[in-house]
Write a protein that binds this ligand. Structure first.
Ligand code: CA
Length: 240
């Protein structure tokens, strides 16, 4: 029987934890509880895996060898709404407030049991990414619907198949509807290339995205290039 508490049987978790004596038994215990668990032992491999593999939820240790977990959280939040539970050895309120402000969905203080973490995971997943219960994060711009939870896009009711990068590009533009977003910003926020990256990368992905939205740079509907500056996403009605 299906109840309101029932989750999909398997959540895909990414565990970012450098301490093998914590990581291995925790991964095992979470698998026994029905989750699919991938693990990373450094911040940078964790960030890469979070972006490439798109887990349902990330469990993030704050004390990592290469980068502070809070810094990683900030980088992840710039490009992803994936729910994050922070595992912290720092049982001090200021630290906890800081990680929640930095975009963590919840936290556990070490030492914690797998049962406790599992309960928090289920609660966060029930809530959905990036908000309170029942809030629908879908963005609607004219006939374009962007659902960050399912990462699905439709145009005039028809599904649009996007690659993960195209989706992230569109979603980033959708956070700034009507504003010109520079290629520099897109490289930083979507590609995570700090500076000096090739504008060409953005141009190529924009042209793919345009094609999938059934438009071109010459006759734009949603994606308007501002020559020498960047691009803005607008509703065709608003574009005038
Ligand atoms: Ca650690």
């Amino acid at each position: 029987m299906v109840t309101g508490d029932t989750l999909p049987a398997v959540a895909r978790l990414l565990l970012i934890e450098d301490d093998l004596t914590i990581r291995a038994p925790l991964a095992r215990a979470l698998r026994e509880r029905g989750h699919a668990v991938a693990a990373a032992s450094t911040a940078m491999t964790g960030l890469r895996d979070a972006l490439d593999d798109r887990p349902d939820l990330v469990v993030l240790d704050l004390g990592l060898p290469d980068l502070d977990g809070r810094e990683l959280l900030r980088m992840l939040r710039a490009v992803s709404a994936v729910p994050v539970i922070v595992a912290t050895a720092r049982d001090d309120e200021r630290e906890i407030v800081r990680v929640l402000d930095a975009g963590a969905d919840d936290y556990v203080v070490k030492p914690f049991t797998a049962a406790q973490l599992d309960a928090r995971i289920r609660a966060v997943l029930r809530r959905g990414p990036g908000g309170s219960a029942g809030e629908d994060p879908t963005v609607v711009i004219g006939g374009l619907r962007i659902d960050p939870r399912s990462r699905q896009v439709s145009l005039d009711g028809e599904p649009v198949e996007l690659t993960p990068r195209e989706f992230d590009l569109l979603r980033h533009l959708a956070t700034r509807v009507g504003e010109v977003v520079t290629k520099r910003e897109l490289l930083t926020e979507v590609w995570q290339i700090p500076y000096g990256g090739a504008d060409k990368t953005v141009d190529v992905h924009l042209s793919w995205l345009r094609r999938k939205l059934g438009e071109s740079a010459q006759s734009p509907r949603y994606l308007h290039t501002v020559r020498g500056v960047g691009v803005r996403l607008v509703s065709p009605e608003a574009a005038g």
